[in-house]
Write a protein that binds this ligand. Structure first.
Ligand code: EPZ
Length: 426
């Protein structure tokens, strides 16, 4: 329960086009599974360019709870897992973050048993873990769910043929983390193909795992007896890069993304161009010009990679409310990811939610007021809307935003936005 005496706000003064250069942080959704991978070795692994965000700090706390030693040298995170033989993640920790659940596979691979409370995470849908349970059972784990925790045991995991009935990033990561030390060969089909899966496989291969990703997206793993410590650089975060690109469009500004993962952003850039944005690359930089953003979207559908990412659906909505005309958004990954709409309407936008779609009647002026972030990407979208609004907006619940954005205030202020973090007590 939030302490009503505590202020946890970002104060944004809107109405100025963004301009300038910004560097993109490391990817949250790559760092978290790679941290779990470190548990599979008894050495000291390093994650370079790791984002300093609360989800990473929480995963660090959980690994320490399991017996790891962790420390930072600037943005390099060191994980000494020589004594990380713990097998229980208390509900106090697991309930705070979705990613805690993928530690099951890593703990089973290392110790042959694991217990965790059910994962928490953003309230964007039911977010079941049935696919996680199924993949571990297929690899030989015995799973007992007793209402508020998941207990898993196995002698030694055994390689298997596993077909995912639907694409799941977390369940794919779960299976990979469990299979790399299993006996024999595993073939996963129907895997998620998000870049974070490829990065995880690359990091594990560097630890001595035998993994092959086939053309059709299937993943073949030959179990090995032991893995040595890992070392690798976390790639830039495509969702953070996309968030800043949408902020440039919403404010009709022009910015330079210094180090975006352009090759992971084709669907994002395609939507941006459809809105009227221009962008071109110079070396590794991306020049993003939102001055001519003014075209509503007949239909924007989120999809699994390489489709338009669900994590940018809310930021895109915050742009479309500034564009005159009717745009339609269909969220196809999560069943409750339109929470942002009511806050945008409170700021003056006109949005109808019907038949599973958000129908945006864009072009109504946004006015600054007090709004509340309810989850990570909706919170980031409120920052975008506030930058486009006239006047001052106070965004409460900025701790949600800090789960995934290392320095969103500093970054957007450096781009000419006026954002102040307001921390303190009334
Ligand atoms: C990961 O969540 C990301 N989180 C999410 O980012 C991202 O939105 C999502 O993948 C989709 O790309 C991290 O990587 C930490 P899923 P995850 O399993 O793994 C259903 C952010 O803002 N499903 O691919 O939880 C599920 O309900 C976060 O950074 C089951 O039915 O997503 C959803 O409808 C938000 N059973 C769909 O699959 C399961 O066992 C895709 O979920 C698992 C998932």
């Amino acid at each position: 329960m939030e302490d009503l005496n505590e202020i946890d706000e970002i104060v944004v003064t809107g109405g100025r086009p963004l301009h300038g250069t910004v560097r993109i942080q490391g990817s949250k959704n790559t760092a978290l599974p790679v941290m779990a991978a470190a548990l599979l070795s008894s050495g000291t692994s390093v994650l370079r360019e790791c984002p300093k965000i609360t989800d990473v700090f929480l995963m660090e706390k959980i690994l320490r709870e399991l017996g790891a030693e962790t420390w930072w040298e600037d943005h390099d995170l060191y994980l000494d897992c020589s004594h990380a033989d713990g097998t229980v993640i208390p509900e106090y920790f697991s309930g705070k973050m979705r990613s805690s659940v993928i530690l099951l596979g890593a703990m089973l691979g290392r110790n042959g048993k694991a217990r965790t409370g059910y994962p928490g995470g953003c309230v964007i849908g039911k977010r079941p873990v049935d696919l996680h349970i199924q993949v571990l059972q297929k690899l030989g784990a015995r799973i007992v769910e007793n209402g508020n925790e998941i207990q898993a045991t196995c002698g030694k995991l055994k390689g298997a043929e596993v077909i995912f009935p639907k694409s799941s990033v977390g369940a794919t990561e779960q299976g990979i983390l469990a299979a790399v030390l299993a006996e024999g060969k595993t073939v996963f089909t129907g895997c998620a193909r998000e870049p974070e899966i490829t990065w995880l496989c690359q990091y594990l291969t560097g630890m001595g795992a035998k993994i092959e990703i086939l053309e059709n997206g299937s993943i073949c793993i030959e179990g090995v007896k032991k893995l040595h410590s890992g070392s690798g650089t976390i790639p830039p975060d495509r969702i953070v890069a996309g968030t800043y690109l949408m902020a440039a469009a919403a404010t009709r500004g022009e910015i330079i993304l210094e180090n975006p993962p352009i090759d992971e952003m084709h669907a994002i850039l395609e939507v941006y161009r459809k809105m009227g944005g221009q962008c071109h690359r110079i070396g590794g930089k991306l020049i993003v010009n939102g001055k001519n953003a003014g075209f509503p979207l007949e239909l924007l559908e989120t999809d699994v990679y390489p489709g338009f990412p669900t994590d940018l659906q809310s930021p895109a909505m915050a742009v479309l409310v500034t564009i005159p005309g009717v745009s339609r958004i269909r969220e196809k990954i999560f069943e409750d990811r339109y929470k942002l709409a009511s806050w945008l309407c409170y700021m003056g936008a006109k949005i109808e939610i019907r038949d599973g779609m958000a129908v945006v009647h864009g072009g109504y002026p946004l006015r600054g007021c007090i709004v509340e972030a309810e989850e990570l990407r909706g919170g980031a979208a409120l920052v975008i809307a506030a930058l486009a609004a006239e006047g001052v907006t106070r965004i409460r619940g900025c701790s949600f935003i800090e789960r995934g954005y290392e320095h969103i205030c500093e970054d957007l202020t450096a781009l000419g936005g006026l954002l102040i973090k307001d921390r303190g007590t009334l």
